[in-house]
Design a protein around this ligand. Structure first.
Ligand SMILES: *Cc1c(COP(=O)(O)O)cnc(C)c1O
Length: 435
């Protein structure tokens, strides 16, 4: 696979280079030069294959020239070792549960695959790969657990003290091995600024081999296509073949992967993006003017993004053409009050406990079904297990949540975190002294 930059269509880099750079120096995003088409016979018979077999076929079409088959199979077997089941709430409405991985959120797909790809490319006697990541909660857990024990890598996670939930903090701070947690006496923005300064620090980059585990990394996008194919396979085995996917969206990486799957030949009738009040994309689809705003804090905080960094990729896939975009994507926006109501409704109607992000997808999928009635399966994506968001869910409903396997063990483990102030010199010396 060769990739260009959305800001420079003449640039060509290898997959390996794109993985380690995360983004081109011109601040565009990497895009595959050619989006491969899957064999129509594979799609027709997709219900015969397992998630891992589907993942291999899709990944091999994209990066088969970069990673030999046996190695790619091993990476997938190791990374994608949990299910993504489609569960029907009614005859034509279903939820695709993406939270059965170790951090109980869909980001496990991206983080686990990327970590193993980075480990794979790093094994040839290279210096230890130092991954720096700032998190407001969900990304950090997926990255920590994704890289845990991956040879040749070390992860340093910065999180804002007192601003992540209990389960999230446990996932960040109980790992040991090659994972280090820094509890920063500041906000998520402070954490991000520290990491950004580190990436631009010349001495530090000479001493350490730094990389980001950014959500725009192409190695995170690819594995997120797998579950769209897998969901389609599950629907096909039930005799359905018309599907609309609704995706709770923040940075638009998840829905971007769905659109890439579509471009590779997955038959999808339409995509719907549900957002919280950070509504830059729905406003754009309405008006045609892209006017990002500073992010606003909401209950669905993993989607508090005012300027979605993956949107450029989506625009690029559809030739920056508003009409083409509108033909395949609709988008709706919801405030916290509506989100809380939706969580209550999901519980009352279906006894389904959803996280706030998932509830927004539920609302958007219902809205689309009203606006565009027809014969299709409406599948909304559940991006996280509700146990990660105690502050967003009413106490009596929260008490009824069945904790995923391992959540209780996590609570018993000692917390391993180093507190640091918002001071770049302190952060830098931590990295250098503990090398
Ligand atoms: C990251 C995240 C999202 C948003 O996904 P994007 O790819 O950024 O659009 C939605 N829900 C949860 C739970 C998340 O962690």
């Amino acid at each position: 696979m060769k990739l260009y930059s959305t800001n420079n269509k003449d640039l060509r880099v290898s997959f390996q280079e794109a993985v380690f750079n995360s983004l081109p120096t011109d601040k565009g995003l990497y895009m595959p030069e050619i989006i491969p088409q899957l064999d129509p016979a594979f799609i027709r018979n997709i219900q015969q294959y397992s998630l891992q077999e589907i993942a291999f076929t899709v990944a091999n079409a994209l990066i088969g020239d970069d990673i030999p088959e046996v190695d790619l199979k091993a990476i997938i077997a190791d990374a994608i070792n949990f299910d993504a089941p489609v569960k029907f709430l009614s005859a034509d409405t279903a939820v695709l549960e993406l939270f059965h991985g170790p951090s109980y959120a869909f980001k496990d797909f991206g983080a686990r695959f990327m970590s193993r790809v980075m480990g794979y490319f790093s094994t040839q006697g290279d210096k230890l790969l130092d991954v720096l990541v700032a998190t407001s909660g969900d990304t950090g857990g997926a990255v920590a657990l994704g890289f845990l024990g991956v040879e040749g890598t070390r992860v340093t996670i910065l999180y804002p003290k007192g601003k992540v939930s209990k389960v999230q903090e446990e996932q960040l701070t109980t790992n040991g091995q090659n994972i280090r947690a820094l509890e920063v006496e500041g906000t998520f923005d402070d954490c991000q600024a520290l990491v950004k300064t580190a990436f631009n620090d010349k001495d530090l980059n000479e001493a350490l081999r730094l990389t980001s585990a950014n959500s725009i990394n192409i190695a995170r996008l690819i594995p997120q296509t797998f579950y769209y194919f897998w969901a389609y396979a599950q629907l096909k085995s039930q005799g359905m073949s018309e599907v609309v996917f609704t995706v709770p969206s923040g940075n638009f990486g998840n829905i971007g992967a769905g659109l890439l799957a579509y471009k590779m030949g997955l038959p999808v009738k339409h995509f719907v993006a549900g957002t919280n009040v950070n509504d830059t994309v729905p406003r754009f689809l309405q008006s045609g003017a892209y006017t990002p705003k500073p992010s606003v804090q909401t209950l669905a905080n993993a989607m508090d993004v005012g300027n979605p960094s993956n949107w450029v990729r989506i625009q690029d896939m559809f030739h920056n053409n508003l009409e083409e975009l509108r033909a395949i994507i609709s988008s709706y926006t919801y405030n916290d009050e509506e989100t809380v109501k939706a969580m209550a409704e999901l519980y009352e109607r279906y006894k389904y406990i959803a996280c706030p992000h998932t509830a927004i997808a539920y609302l958007a999928s219902n809205q689309y079904c009203q606006d565009e009635p027809g014969e299709y399966a409406s599948v909304f994506l559940s991006t996280a297990h509700p146990c990660k968001f105690p502050d967003a869910i009413s106490e009596d409903v929260f008490a009824k949540i069945e904790l995923p396997k391992g959540a209780e063990d996590l609570a018993g483990k000692p917390k391993l975190a180093t507190e640091i102030p918002v001071d770049y010199e302190v952060f830098k010396s931590y990295l250098l002294v503990n090398n």
